[in-house]
Design a protein around this ligand. Structure first.
Ligand code: GCO
Ligand code: MG
Length: 412
């Protein structure tokens, strides 16, 4: 079975997505996600100009060989653009293999290890009453794990907190924020670490006081802290029993996590910006983290995320794949298939896509009892609507940048 064509589809049903559609000579079609938020066209060009010509005529079943050919063959290894492009190819080929086998993808990955994949939703509010409303809505919808982000007194806006403008993006994107805003230039936010560190413990105290001990609570520090600030935050949150504290320091320096780890028992998650197993080498071997955040979309596809998770399993490190709205329903479907099969699955992030996005991608995974389960359809379970996708052309959008109050550019 040979690859006959590969089409790169850039569509923007509420936000931008890059999708690869591979068609075989006997007419089987597979989809892969290569969306890189705010840099989508770089992946589209990498695929169109450099990868698609290599795919035509290749054996569609040779997934491992194609992965190695694109990874080693390019000479220029790793990096988010390359690994998102490889992910798109790899995921589309797994979709095809599972369709040909007549099985849902998770069956090819070892079969189900559980009923469904526990997911966490995003509650946020500029203050405690708004946050409580958002937590309540999540509980009513059946979420059992919730990420908590709030405004910080003295700061105008904080990334990860839905504003009324963000809430109106798409149609039913009720209360989640949109990571990248459509604009000619990135929005600028301002930041004060001391104010943040003073405020966050009181937020978790209030949430535990109102909603009790049962819900799993998570928090994302979004790379903004030094190791010693992160250690302080982890310690101050210990009484509130977090499921995890995410991205406490900029991710480039793996050794920084040693300092954090030695000071706190709050579980740590990291890696949404990592794209290969090498980024985790010391973190996993030294057990400096508890959860791996790489999504299939940004880390080379099902093949290489599976490799990271098998390495992590030896060290009791679990999965916690990134699943914001900028991972498309194709990427999320792949994550749910892999998550269902992995023994060391931990949790899956689930930011519900807008109605427009769901109409274009036609995902068939289902949310119930606080978790996602893929459908029993062969392949990923995606019904992509090409005609509808063509009605939503690319629109320039940027992630924000962050500055300290004196104007210095800071991690956001
Ligand atoms: C998360 C994230 C996202 C990212 C976004 C970047 O934990 O979901 O931190 O909000 O910032 O996906 O594109
Ligand atoms: Mg994050």
């Amino acid at each position: 079975m040979l690859i006959e064509r590969a089409d790169v589809i850039v569509t923007s049903p509420g936000r931008n997505f890059v999708t690869l559609k591979i068609t075989t000579d006997d007419g089987v079609v597979g989809y892969g996600d290569g969306t890189l938020n705010g840099r989508e066209l770089a992946v589209a060009s990498y695929l169109t100009d450099h990868v698609v010509p290599l795919l035509i005529g290749r054996d569609a079943h040779a997934i491992e060989d194609t992965w190695q050919y694109l990874y080693r063959g390019a000479y220029w290894r790793r990096g988010p653009v390359t690994m998102a492009a490889i992910a798109a190819v790899d995921t589309a080929l797994w979709d095809i293999k599972a369709k040909v086998a007549g099985l849902p993808l998770y069956q090819l990955l070892g079969g189900a290890s559980r009923e469904r994949c526990l997911v966490y939703g995003h509650a946020s509010g500029k203050d405690i009453p708004e946050l409580f409303d958002s937590v309540r809505r999540h509980l009513e919808e059946g979420f059992r794990a919730i990420r908590i982000q709030t405004g910080v007194p003295g700061l105008d806006s904080v990334y990860g907190v839905a504003s009324s403008a963000a809430a109106s993006i798409g149609d039913d994107t009720r209360y989640d924020y949109e990571p990248a805003r459509r604009s000619a230039l990135p929005a600028e936010e301002s930041w004060d670490t001391r104010a943040y560190l003073r405020h966050v413990p009181s937020v978790f105290e209030a949430v535990r006081g109102e909603f009790g001990e049962d819900i799993a609570l998570l928090h994302d520090a979004h790379h903004r802290l030094t190791p010693i600030q992160a250690a302080k935050l982890g310690k101050s949150l210990e009484p509130y029993d977090l499921f995890w504290l995410e991205d406490v320091t900029p991710a480039e320096n793996q050794e920084a996590l040693r300092w954090v780890r030695h000071h706190t028992t709050t579980p740590l998650a990291i890696g949404e910006v990592f794209n290969s197993v090498w980024d985790y080498q010391h973190l996993i071997r030294e057990q400096l983290i508890d959860y791996v955040r790489s999504p299939i979309t940004h880390a080379g596809g099902v093949t290489s995320v599976r490799r990271i998770m098998d390495y992590a399993a030896m060290y009791q490190v679990k999965s916690g794949m990134h699943g914001p709205t900028d991972v498309s329903p194709v990427g999320l479907a792949a994550a749910v298939h892999l998550g269902l099969a992995l023994h060391n699955f931990g949790i899956q992030e689930y930011m519900v896509h807008s109605k427009q996005t769901r109409e274009v991608f036609g995902p068939t995974y289902e949310f119930a009892h606080g978790g996602l389960r893929p459908s029993e359809e062969p392949g990923l379970g995606i019904h992509f609507d090409d005609d509808l996708a063509a009605k939503y052309p690319y629109e320039q959008a940027y992630l924000p940048v962050n500055r300290l109050q004196d104007g210095t550019v800071h991690d956001w």
